[in-house]
Design a protein around this ligand. Structure first.
Ligand code: ADP
Length: 639
């Protein structure tokens, strides 16, 4: 490098062709003038020494033999002039002058040729500098650029002509990592300096370069600096991206709500390799027969890092105090590590297990552990496992189990309650019928001439209603237990008529007009007669009761049936006030009622009854011009 410095004062650009031609012409002119003066004036050989000017002017542009040709031509011209001026008459003084002139020419030619040779070497070296990809430039003592290689042109965007003579660091907006005086002092002391420097390209783009400075002093003490700059912007960017990603990863690691600890699994691999070398082929079986093997390998697994959540979970104050080895936190009884070894040996990509770890305070914490095995052995020294504390989950599970048991108990109690309430509700109607019929029988008998026939009929009604009551109780019990018994084919229209029969008295008592409109003579449904009848009776009774709020002459109860594809449809509509707005959504809920003495069971029982027969029950919007309630029951038709 030091040698290279010597070409620093060289003009960096080649002389222009025009200048060169001018100099050649000047040199020819000088040679001609000297020749004329030397030949034709009495100055004689005194001016011949001026041929040296020719060499000084163009000598450096005459490489190789051409220099010597020109030198010989000059010598020949001097000798010719001498011969012409002095002829045979040779005097000492002019001869000596000629000799001196010729010697001067020789010395000038020799020096020029040496200079040329040295310069060629240096130019070759300069070309070499141009070839390197690094940006190299030289600045003189004032900081001005005296050399600028192609690498510099490429890196900075400034051409050689633009850069030459400029203050290098101003041109490149160089920002040094330390005060420039400090760096100058270092350069003066060591002769060199190296550091990272920020610069700008011609287009303003920022650069980070690794800058190497070498100081060169010449004999006069003047100095120049060679600066070689390597672009490391990409490197820095990659470094920065890496640093950021590492920082991000650290943040995640430290702030994650899941515990993480990092293991060094290299000893595990070594141990498994060892086992294989000893001829163990079935690891699972080997570990089952020798449980101490897994325990021993466990003691070799180091824990290299943990996050804050892990510290908290394990009751440890800081990282330094955390468990050093896996066996310190996995209890003796743990068998998850053996499973881990088997998964590791099998080359599984990940491993997941539930186990228990012992905290610093000795508390046994149920955890779920999950880890991914690194794709190659390189990453084995830092394998992270995420650990989720299952304590809360287990507690929740226990609470849930307890709550479920309590609920089941409550449900059983509620079922009993519903059962008894439902029986009371449903038996009410037959009881009323019994009481009515019994009262009638009594009245027929109390007459002066008792009407035995009527009394007999009334007593028959009592018997019928009592039988019905017994059936109702059985049906309700079956319904609540969700096992409707006694399924049989039931003609739909017959079912309708029978149900209407049960509410005959209530309808008459409330002055309601019953409009029975059976339109499905051949439709048969399959089901429990009593249960379905009871559902329809409830719907009809609801309608009758609702209509007590409207004038007697407007009370009409429509009971219709029809067939729709595979479905038997029953519609029960009244001319009452319709469902209260809040009841529309909740009417089918158990114990929902808007009536002062209501039990809120009628519709709930209807829904259960219909559902037990794979049917559906729904409220319909009132018919056009009507305001009453409309309920539709759909049951699968068997024929
Ligand atoms: P309950 O008759 O004991 O109140 P239900 O389950 O039979 O219990 O009815 C629940 C509620 O639905 C009633 O309180 C009433 O508000 C409403 N409802 C039922 N049927 C009718 C109807 N035909 N017209 C208007 N509202 C009705």
């Amino acid at each position: 490098m030091n040698r290279l410095m010597r070409f620093s004062p060289f003009p960096s650009s080649r002389p222009s062709a025009v200048g060169r031609r001018l100099r050649l012409a000047g040199a020819a002119l000088i040679a001609a003038a000297v020749f004329v003066i030397d030949t034709f004036t009495p100055l004689s050989s005194a001016v011949a020494v001026l041929y040296v000017l020719v060499l000084l002017l163009v000598g450096e542009e005459l490489p190789g033999r051409r220099l010597w040709v020109v030198t010989l031509a000059c010598a020949a011209m001097a000798t010719t002039s001498f011969a012409f001026a002095h002829g045979e008459d040779v005097e000492l003084a002019p001869t000596l002058r000629l000799m001196v002139s010729l010697a001067a020419l020789g010395v000038a030619a020799f020096l020029t040729s040496r200079n040329l040779a040295a310069r060629e070497i240096l130019q070759a070296q300069a070309r070499l500098l141009d070839v390197t990809s690094d940006a190299i430039f030289i600045r003189d003592a004032q900081g001005r650029v005296t050399f600028w290689n192609r690498g510099a042109e490429r890196l900075y965007g400034w051409s050689r002509d633009e850069a030459l003579g400029q203050d290098a660091h101003r041109l490149l907006a160089t920002a040094l990592p330390a005060p420039s005086e400090d760096i100058a002092a270092l350069v003066a002391r060591d002769g060199a300096w190296q550091g990272e420097v920020s610069q700008r390209r011609k287009d303003g783009a920022p650069l980070v370069v690794l800058s190497e400075w070498i100081l060169e002093r010449d004999e006069t003490g003047a100095h120049a600096l060679l600066e070689s700059n390597t672009d490391i912007s990409d490197l820095r960017r990659v470094d920065e991206a890496l640093r950021r990603s590492e920082a991000r990863y650290r943040t995640i690691f430290n702030t994650l709500a899941v515990s993480i600890w990092e293991h060094d699994f290299r000893p595990v691999k070594a141990a498994l390799d060892e086992l294989r070398a000893q001829g163990v082929t079935d690891l699972a079986e080997h570990l089952a027969r020798n449980p101490e093997v897994a325990r021993e390998i466990k003691t070799r697994v180091g824990i290299t890092d943990v996050n804050a959540t892990a510290l908290k979970m394990m009751g440890v104050a800081d990282k330094a105090g955390f468990f050093q080895r896996l066996d310190e936190l996995l209890p003796e009884t743990d068998d998850s590590f053996a499973q881990f070894l088997i998964a590791f040996e099998a080359g599984a990509p990940r491993f997941e297990t539930e186990t228990t770890v012992r905290s610093r305070t000795g508390e046994m914490i149920p955890v779920m552990v999950a880890l991914n095995f690194p794709s190659d052995a390189q990453g084995l020294d830092r394998v992270q496992a995420s650990i989720v504390d299952l304590t809360e989950q287990r507690r929740m599970q226990e609470r849930l189990d307890r709550a479920r048991a309590e609920l089941e108990h409550a449900l059983r109690a509620a079922t009993l309650g519903v059962l008894s309430a439902s029986i009371a509700h449903e038996v009410n109607q037959p009881l009323a019928a019994i009481s009515n019929a019994a009262g009638a029988a009594q009245r027929w008998l109390d007459r002066e001439t008792p009407d035995l026939d009527e009394a007999k009929e009334a007593v028959a009604d009592v018997v019928h209603a009592a039988a019905h009551a017994a059936e109702v109780v059985r049906g309700i019990r079956g319904l609540i237990a969700q096992t409707p018994a006694d399924r049989a084919p039931l003609p739909l229209d017959g079912l309708l008529a029978a149900s209407a029969g049960f509410v005959r008295r209530e309808i008459a008592e409330h002055g309601v007009e019953l409009i029975l409109d059976p339109q499905a003579p051949d439709t048969v449904v399959h089901g429990d007669r009593v249960v379905l009848q009871q559902a329809l009776v409830n719907l009809m009774l609801n309608g009758v009761q609702a209509m007590s709020a409207v004038p007697a002459e407007t009370r009409r109860l429509h009971v219709r049936s029809r067939r729709e594809g595979g479905e038997a449809v029953i519609e029960i509509a009244d001319t009452g006030p319709g469902f209260p707005p809040d009841a529309a959504d909740r009417a089918f809920e158990t114990f929902f009622t808007t009536k002062p003495g209501g039990m809120g069971l009628g519709l709930a029982i209807c829904r259960s009854a219909v559902a037990a027969h794979d049917g559906r029950i729904a409220l319909l919007p009132p018919a056009a011009g009507e305001s009453g309630a409309r309920i539709e029951v759909r049951l699968p038709a068997v024929t």
